[in-house]
Write a protein that binds this ligand. Sequence first.
Ligand code: FMN
Length: 182
Amino acid sequence: MEVLEAIRTRRSIRKYKTDPVDDQTLNTVLDAARWAPSWENTQCWRFIVVRDSATKSKLADTLDETNPARDAVRNAPLVIVACAELGKAGRKDGQIVTDKGDWFMFDVALAMQNLVLAAHSLGLATVYVGRADAKEAAKILEVPEGYCFVALTPLGYPNQIRDPRPRKELAEIVFYDKFGAD
Ligand SMILES: Cc1cc2nc3c(=O)[nH]c(=O)nc-3n(C[C@H](O)[C@H](O)[C@H](O)COP(=O)(O)O)c2cc1C
């Protein structure tokens, strides 16, 4: 699938078929994440592929009952958890060099978006999940000190078709020469 088509047609999917994802397809998706750019190429991202049903279920319980992705985390064939090594992104010679602090969220997001678009191009579905109990999820997955849980996505074949959600018009979000100017 061409990249612009993938960007335009990707949707957050919250219902999954039980069909498995083969290892080659999974590796293609993970490899796309690996090619994302990162702060000084520090590649702070780490990914945990969760196949075990009991672990998926425990992770689903880290989403509150109002989170619409809860069942998807429990039922999709795979869950990909994105973690970050802390203290790498946003630094020069070990010192934080911007007002943003650690840039791990930015770098992990870039890798996740590669992963999500690659998955979509292969007919797979995803939905970012950020609204979870990150500390509890890290505990379940035995994420070591110095790393943190950032987000996860179920991964599998879609069992629903979704219309696009609305987006702001370019005129609302793009300015020329200075903020707010047409
Ligand atoms: C950082 C981030 C966190 C998100 N967290 C959740 C979540 O916890 N649960 C959920 O169902 N969707 C979550 N979403 C999905 C958004 O609701 C979705 O991307 C948005 O409504 C636009 O829909 P679309 O992805 O189909 O274009 C998250 C998306 C992002 C980017």
